[in-house]
Write a protein that binds this ligand. Sequence first.
Ligand SMILES: *Cc1c(COP(=O)(O)O)cnc(C)c1O
Length: 363
Amino acid sequence: MDNEFQTTQTPISVNEWLRPHIRTLKPYSSARDEYSGKVGLFLDANENALGSPIGTNFSRYPDPLQRALKEKLSHIKSVHPEQIFLGNGSDEAIDLLFRAFCEPGKDHVLLLPPTYGMYQVSADINTIPVFSVPLTADYQIPVEKVLQQVTPHTKMIFICSPNNPSGNLMRLADIERVVQHAPGLVIIDEAYIDFSPEASLLQSLFLQYPQLVILQTFSKAWGLANLRLGMAFAHPDIIEVFNRIKPPYNVNGYTQQMALASLEQEEKKNQMVQEILALRDELAELLKEVPIVHHIHPSDANFLLVNIKDANQIYHQLIESRIIVRNRTRVMLCADCLRITVGTKTENEQLVSALHALSNDKN
Ligand SMILES: *Cc1c(COP(=O)(O)O)cnc(C)c1O
């Protein structure tokens, strides 16, 4: 291992967390696992040697471990390539976590609603019970309540920061207390971290606590939602488990190429982030002037959670004007709230003028 990134290499016994049958699982060995050299006659994978109707770019299986992409990413994130998992969206990493670590009938996970819906869905798919501890009224972690709910079978605790749908960062000290008392893994979902004023935990807690798994994605700040590429950062022994149980070619070659090209232009991503933050603050100012808008929750992300008079009705009226926002009115602690993604300047103005029109209707 490179000395550069040695800080997190505390030995862990990942086996104590793993489901028993995963400890001994023998993975599928793909043709390209067995020989990964670049040159040679590749007659091993039953590909079409003549190419494809659209040329030869896509006829070969991609690198199952996305080595070039991880190498580049490791420099940007200051982690070792062996601490990186790449998947078909972050959702793949969430599902793999359940499948590797949570034993039905024995383990459970802890969620802090209102939060990202996929944790619950993955838990349900994998028949793992969910203990829910609602966030506080200002959407922070109720640390004491969380610690009271923790048992030796709390295999995973999910913390989303900045949180979806509330938009705010969780306090670092609260996260750290949860991590210190967690008997299993703590998953920090940083899908929106590039928009937030604080640094990723990759640069802090991740270096001290091997039970931390950090999720990030190319879908938000990087603007590549269509390519489906999510990142998980964890101890190499955890990443090794992911690599054993994932579908062999889980990230397609086109996505790998395009992500690599994007990483070469990190500055462009940073500029877009700055632009979106300015648009977000402008949008918040405009929304303040709308009579039916009661409250705009502070945001560390690229969306705003907005409390609106009769929000459910407004949501449906916006759809009639072909403006789609996210209806969160039936979500815990989000009564009368719509979640609004920051758009372009014109899009934001269209939304605000539609809301003004709906305000006038109400008077
Ligand atoms: C959008 C989002 C993701 C990203 O999911 P992908 O599958 O990578 O597109 C992950 N977590 C949260 C909280 C999100 O809002």
